[in-house]
Write a protein that binds this ligand. Structure first.
Ligand SMILES: Nc1ncnc2c1ncn2[C@@H]1O[C@H](COP(=O)(O)OP(=O)(O)O)[C@@H](O)[C@H]1O
Ligand SMILES: [Mg+2]
Length: 360
């Protein structure tokens, strides 16, 4: 599926934007502050009801406006078009797809799988494990139908167990939650492991296409509790310790994935430009794996593609993105930095003070 039409109302400085898009490659150019990132942010909002720039939704609508909306028509080969939309009014989100109001953002996410690379994406390597879990779980969520409900069960049981711990209840009343937790924890672990096994092959493939590094990348998954221990036994045995801390200390909510080159954390080993190409390899592999497993494309957003990269690497990255079975959106401050002549099928848009027009 791809976004065929996109309408944006009141997202930051984009007061009213209506676009007919390319199913393959969309290039968005414009000076700093013109609204390029806001355009990608709008697509991302539509895909999952979240922003990659802020947790505060109230900051996103255009100043002095009290609402915003993003609407699109999704098209696909041999399927009818589906209208989808997101509105934010009175501090509430409204999601719609195919004429129906949806209860949750996750239902919208199933229609529109979006992979994004933005200014902060390098934190997937440099910062806390929550970013690597978010990366991993995006992949599992989109390829494994039952993952969302397993994850929701896990969270519900975790909240209940933590509440029981703080009330200093006896093992007999907590054990029900230990059993529930361990069932979903083991499933989450299996799904994550299966996903990573497939992912690592593609990740290495794209690393080899995009850059040269001196050494082998090792991807290590830690599930959040010892490989040697049964999770139910661990929950039972750690009751007192967990009680003192006031929460469940081990489990899939503490999982992590480490990326190392010759034993050194990847981000300490490579240059900034190389790190950016590794981030690209990571997310391109994720989009490619989604296409392989789901047999449909995702939407790939890449903000400021040219930043920190030389001309040769920019050209190489463009051709790798062009070969992907996804609809691509990239932004650049200057069209001269991108040689788009070899792209199979593309449209170019120019943004000026929130007004977007196609470059013909
Ligand atoms: N809520 C808002 N209302 C109006 N303008 C905003 C809002 N939030 C940010 N802006 C402005 O939107 C403009 C576009 O930002 P951005 O999309 O990040 O530009 P670019 O990516 O092209 O550099 C900036 O000038 C910014 O100050
Ligand atoms: Mg920007």
């Amino acid at each position: 599926m791809w976004l065929d039409r996109l309408d944006i109302r009141n997202v930051r400085n984009l007061a009213e934007v209506s676009l007919k898009l390319s199913a393959k490659f969309n290039i968005i150019s414009g000076a700093n502050g013109s609204g390029k990132t806001s355009l990608l942010e709008s697509i991302y909002l539509l895909s999952c009801g979240k922003s990659f720039r802020t947790h505060r939704f109230s900051n996103i609508p255009t100043q002095d406006e009290c609402w915003m909306g993003v609407y699109a028509k999704l098209s696909g080969k041999d399927v009818r078009s589906i209208p989808i939309g997101l509105e934010y009014r009175d501090r509430k989100n409204i999601f719609k797809a195919d004429g129906n109001r949806l209860k949750k953002a996750s239902e919208l996410a199933a229609y529109l799988p979006v992979v994004v690379i933005h200014q902060e994406s390098q934190r997937v390597f440099t910062q806390s494990p929550k970013y690597r879990r978010a990366f991993l779980d995006w992949g599992v969520f989109h390829v494994e139908q039952c993952f969302l409900s397993t994850w929701q069960n896990f969270n519900r049981s975790l909240k209940q167990r933590n509440a029981e711990l703080s009330q200093r209840n006896q093992l007999s009343s907590i054990d029900h939650w230990n059993i529930e937790l361990s069932k979903s924890a083991n499933l989450i672990d299996v799904h994550r492991r299966q996903y990573l096994d497939k992912f690592v092959l593609l990740f290495n493939h794209f690393v080899n296409k995009l850059l040269v590094i001196n050494g082998e990348i090792k991807v290590d998954y830690r599930r959040g509790w010892s490989e040697k221990e049964d999770y139910l036994d661990l929950l039972r045995a750690s009751l007192e310790k967990d009680r003192i801390m006031g929460y469940t200390q081990r489990g899939p909510h503490r999982a992590d994935v480490s990326f190392k080159i010759n034993g050194t954390p990847l981000h300490e080993y490579v240059s900034r430009g190389q790190q950016k190409l590794l981030v690209c390899s990571l997310y391109i592999a994720q989009a490619a794996l989604y296409s392989q497993i789901a047999d449909r494309g995702s939407i790939f957003l890449m903000d400021d593609l040219t930043a920190e990269l030389d001309a040769k690497h920019v050209a190489n990255l463009l051709s790798v993105l062009d070969e992907l079975d996804t609809q691509v959106f990239v932004t650049t401050p200057d069209l001269k930095l991108l040689d788009t002549g070899l792209l199979l099928e593309s449209k170019t848009f120019h943004v000026e003070r929130g007004v977007v027009s196609e470059v013909l």
